[in-house]
Design a protein around this ligand. Structure first.
Ligand code: FES
Length: 148
């Protein structure tokens, strides 16, 4: 038996043990509780929260003056001059900063690069963002504005 054969045999044995260890680790990890935890089926996106169950109170009408709004839980909620409530993802479609609530100007302004969105429609008024803020479904139940 030469030194070359011993080295080759040692290498093959080492590779075999490594592969066996990898397979054993995979089998153990795959069956663990950590592997089974929280596999979301909701369609996530980078521009806002995914869908959630209804009746989650986001704000109250008392907190929404006409022409004003609030940012809460990743959602910007606005109320136009006629009293209608609108809601959008608060995540700017440019690079993901959180837009500010309207301050009476009728726009949702992003503090990062200056994008401005219409507070009633979410449409882009000024770039660099090119896509509107996605609408979030809300409803008014009594004095509460709830998701869904
Ligand atoms: S992240 Fe909002 S303008 Fe760039």
């Amino acid at each position: 038996m030469s030194v070359g054969e011993l080295s080759r045999r040692s290498v093959l044995r080492g590779v075999g043990f490594t592969a066996l260890g990898g397979v054993a680790g995979f089998v153990l990890a795959h069956g663990s509780d950590a592997a089974k935890a929280k596999r979301s089926t909701a369609a996530a996106n980078s521009y806002g929260p995914g869908p959630k169950a209804g009746n989650e109170t986001l704000t109250t009408l008392a907190e929404l003056s006409d022409g004003g709004g609030v940012v809460t839980q990743g959602v910007v909620i606005t109320r136009d001059a006629s009293g209608d409530v609108h809601a959008f993802s608060a995540t700017c479609t440019h690079q993901g900063c959180t837009v500010a609530a309207p301050s009476g100007s009728g726009t949702l302004d992003c503090p990062c690069h200056g994008s401005r969105f219409d507070a009633d429609t979410g449409e882009v008024i000024q770039g660099p963002a090119v896509r509107p803020l996605p609408a979030v479904a809300v409803s008014v139940q009594g004095d509460r504005v709830v998701r869904g």
